[in-house]
Design a protein. Structure first.
Length: 344
C-alpha cells in the first residue's frame, strides 16, 4: 500500500435526530465550546460544520483511539436541526455525509424526526451509528465525567443498569422494526451489516470516547477508499446556506468535499436561474474547533482543502441556492464546468 496519507480527506459526519435529543450538545461537548449559548432559542436553524482533528479525537477518546492506528485526518461534523420544519436542511446534511450519528434520547425513544432521519439515511445509503443520549438521566445514575461507557456502566447499581438496558433494548427493537439489525456497539462485529448503539451523555461526556472511537474506526475501516481525493484538484462542494455577511455582502457557506478552493479561483455555483460564474473575493474559515454559524471573526485564508466548511465571499451570489453545487474552474474550460453544474 503506497497511499500518500495527505491524499485522504476528513470524513463528513452528519449528526441527525429528533428535536432536543441532544445533537448540538453532543458536538458542543466534543468541541468543548459553548455553541449552544449562541443559538437563538432552542431551535438550531442552520447547519454548521466543525472540524475535529485526529489529535483532538484521540485526546478525548484516550486509550480508545491511538493516533498511530489511523491515517484519516479527523472528523468533520455537520450539525442539523431537529425541528420538523427543517426537512430540507436535514436531508441536505444527510445526503452530503459520508457517515452519520443518529442521536436518540434514551427516555424519549424514537420520535417522528428520528424516523425521518432513518429514512434519509436509508435512501442515501449512509452508514451510521446510534448515540443513545442522556444516559445520565437514568434514575440513580452515578456520574463518571468523560469516562468510556464500559467503565461507567460497570460502576452503576444493578437497578440503574437494568433501567438503562431496558431503554437501550427498546431502541434496538425500534431499529429492528425499521429493518435495521442493531446491537450495542461492543457486540457488533461487522458495522456494515449491523448498526452499533453507543450509550452516551452529552452532558457528562460519558460514552463520548466510545462514540469518537467508533466513528474513527468505521471511517478508517470502511470509508478509506472514498476518502482518497485529488488533494490539489479543483474544489467540489455544496452550498449549505446563503448568507449576508457584514462587509462581504452575500456569501455562501459551503461544504467542500473534494479538491481545493483558492482565494483567486473562478467558481461556478448553482443559481435560481442560470449557474453563477464568479470570482472568489475572500475565503473565510472558522478556526479549528469553532463553528461556522457562530464565528463572528473569520480567518481570511488563501486556500482550503477538502473536507472543510468554508464561507465564500464573491460578487453576484444573490441568486445562489442552498443545496446547489459549487465547482472551482481552475484550468478547465469554463463551458464544461457550467455544464457540470447544470446537470446536477
Ligand atoms: P435541535 O437542534 O433543536 O433539534 O435540538 P438538539 O438535538 O440539538 O438538542 P440540544 O443539544 O439543543 O439539547 C436539548 C436539551 O437537552 C438541552 O437542554 C440540553 O442541555 C439537554 N441535553 C442534551 N444532551 C443531554 C444529556 O446527555 N443529558 C442531559 N441531562 N441533558 C441533555
Ligand atoms: Mg441543535
Amino acid at each position: 500500500d503506497t497511499h500518500d496519507p495527505a491524499a485522504l480527506r476528513t470524513p463528513i459526519v452528519a449528526v441527525l435526530g429528533h428535536v432536543d435529543h441532544g445533537k448540538t450538545s453532543l458536538l458542543d461537548k466534543i468541541r468543548g465550546s459553548a455553541v449552544i449559548e449562541g443559538e437563538a432559542g432552542a431551535i438550531t436553524q442552520h447547519i454548521g460544520a466543525t472540524a475535529v482533528p485526529l489529535e483532538v479525537v484521540s485526546s478525548i477518546a484516550g486509550e480508545l483511539v491511538d493516533p498511530d492506528d489511523f491515517d484519516l485526518p479527523g472528523l468533520l461534523f455537520i450539525d442539523t436541526p431537529g425541528h420538523h420544519s427543517f426537512t430540507t436542511l436535514r436531508s441536505r446534511g444527510g445526503a452530503l455525509a459520508d457517515i452519520a450519528i443518529l442521536v436518540v434520547d434514551v427516555n424519549d425513544g424514537f420520535q417522528p424526526q428520528t424516523l425521518e432521519a432513518l429514512d434519509i439515511l436509508k435512501r442515501s445509503q449512509t452508514p451510521f451509528i446510534v448515540a443513545a443520549n442522556k444516559i445520565d438521566t437514568v434514575p440513580g445514575w452515578n456520574v463518571h465525567e468523560d469516562a468510556p461507557i464500559t467503565q461507567t456502566y460497570e460502576s452503576q447499581s444493578d437497578r440503574t443498569r437494568q433501567r438503562l438496558d431496558e431503554s437501550l433494548y427498546t431502541i434496538i427493537g425500534n431499529l429492528s422494526d425499521q429493518d435495521f439489525s442493531a446491537d450495542l456497539y461492543w457486540r457488533v462485529q461487522n458495522f456494515q451489516r449491523n448498526v452499533g448503539v453507543v450509550p452516551v451523555s452529552a452532558l457528562t461526556g460519558e460514552g463520548v470516547p466510545d462514540l469518537l472511537a467508533v466513528m474513527m474506526g468505521l471511517s478508517q475501516r470502511y470509508m478509506k477508499e472514498e476518502m482518497e481525493i485529488d488533494v490539489a484538484g479543483p474544489g467540489v462542494g455544496t452550498v449549505l446556506e446563503v448568507k449576508e455577511e457584514k462587509g462581504f455582502g452575500t456569501t455562501i457557506d459551503t461544504v467542500l468535499y473534494d479538491g481545493t478552493i483558492r482565494s483567486d479561483d473562478t467558481i461556478v455555483v448553482g443559481g435560481l436561474n442560470d449557474p453563477i460564474v464568479t470570482e472568489v473575493r475572500a475565503l473565510l474559515q472558522p478556526r479549528p474547533l469553532a463553528e461556522i454559524r457562530t464565528e463572528s471573526r473569520f480567518d481570511n485564508v488563501e486556500e482550503v482543502g477538502a473536507a472543510a466548511g468554508i464561507k465564500v465571499a464573491a460578487p453576484d451570489l444573490e441568486d445562489a441556492m442552498a443545496g446547489a453545487p459549487v465547482r472551482v474552474v481552475r484550468d478547465r474550460p469554463l463551458e464544461d464546468v457550467i455544464a457540470e453544474v447544470e446537470s446536477e
